[in-house]
Write a protein that binds this ligand. Structure first.
Ligand SMILES: Nc1ncnc2c1ncn2[C@@H]1O[C@H](COP(=O)(O)OP(=O)(O)OP(=O)(O)O)[C@@H](O)[C@H]1O
Ligand SMILES: [Mg+2]
Length: 234
């Protein structure tokens, strides 16, 4: 079943289009990596999907429902989770408070317990203010906040960017198991090779368009994609 479908998506922050017509779809439990050069429009695509881009045309469909005209909170209620490139946690609130204030959560206590099981580092410091966390811990908290509502798809914008090399593999492992449990993932990543290695499909953006798209293994084996967009292999 298609969980998220993006059709003919155009738009930007002012009258200038940053997105020039994007078509993408993600099936249930599938990971789609979106890679591409700096400024290609990856974060702008994420914002358009979650409802934060000021001006868009085209359609975003979630579980067969057209959500294009819905505000971000409504899209979240309909099952879109989002972890932005710059993590949005409340720095003056503690870890546990950051989880308590997420809106639209039904079984809050058990969800918080589940998040602490998934992110043991957060459990250990649950009374610490988010402003005192390391970049990696803050990213985990943003991620946990996004998962509180049991989204059917999560949009992760460079989730490994702030992490030490040791934590990167752990983070990709967590994303893979999330998808294994049925959550679809739109994964925006600079570490394109590692991201594609856990993905079903991949798309490469350049200049606000998808210039290459297909099964992740095909992109990894595509010499043109490798040379232009995937960087070195380590
Ligand atoms: N808030 C904004 N207002 C106006 N223009 C913006 C804004 N945010 C991004 N842009 C512009 O939109 C274009 C695409 O930016 P975007 O952040 O989507 O790229 P990206 O692919 O996510 O890049 P990166 O890999 O550096 O994160 C860039 O030209 C950028 O300058
Ligand atoms: Mg970006």
């Amino acid at each position: 079943m298609t969980v998220l479908s993006i059709q003919g998506l155009k738009g930007g922050y002012s009258e200038v289009n940053i997105l020039n017509g994007i078509d993408l779809a993600i099936e249930e439990g599938e990971i789609l990596t979106v890679a591409g050069t700096n400024g290609a429009g990856k974060s702008t695509l994420a914002k358009a999907v979650v409802g934060l881009l000021p001006r868009v045309s085209g359609t975003v469909t979630l579980n067969s429902k057209d959500v294009t005209s819905l505000a971000p909170e409504k899209r979240a209620q309909n099952g879109i989770g989002y972890v932005p490139q710059v993590s949005n946690v409340f720095p003056s609130l503690t870890i546990i408070e950051n989880l308590e204030v997420v809106e639209g959560v039904k079984d809050r206590r058990s969800r918080i317990a589940e998040m602490f099981r998934l992110f043991p580092a957060l459990a250990e410091r649950k009374r610490a203010r988010a402003g005192r966390l390391s970049g990696g811990e803050r990213q985990q908290l943003a991620y946990a906040r996004a998962l509180m509502t049991r989204p059917s798809v999560v949009v992760l914008d460079e989730p490994t960017a702030a992490l030490s090399p040791a934590l990167v593999a752990e983070s990709f492992g967590r994303i893979a198991s999330l998808a294994h449990d049925g959550t679809s993932v739109l994964l925006i990543e600079q570490r394109a090779r590692q991201a594609l290695a856990i993905s079903n499909r991949g798309a490469i953006m350049d200049g606000g368009r998808v210039v290459l798209e297909g099964p992740a293994v095909d992109l990894l084996n595509n010499e043109k994609a490798a040379a232009l967009y995937l960087g070195h292999s380590t």
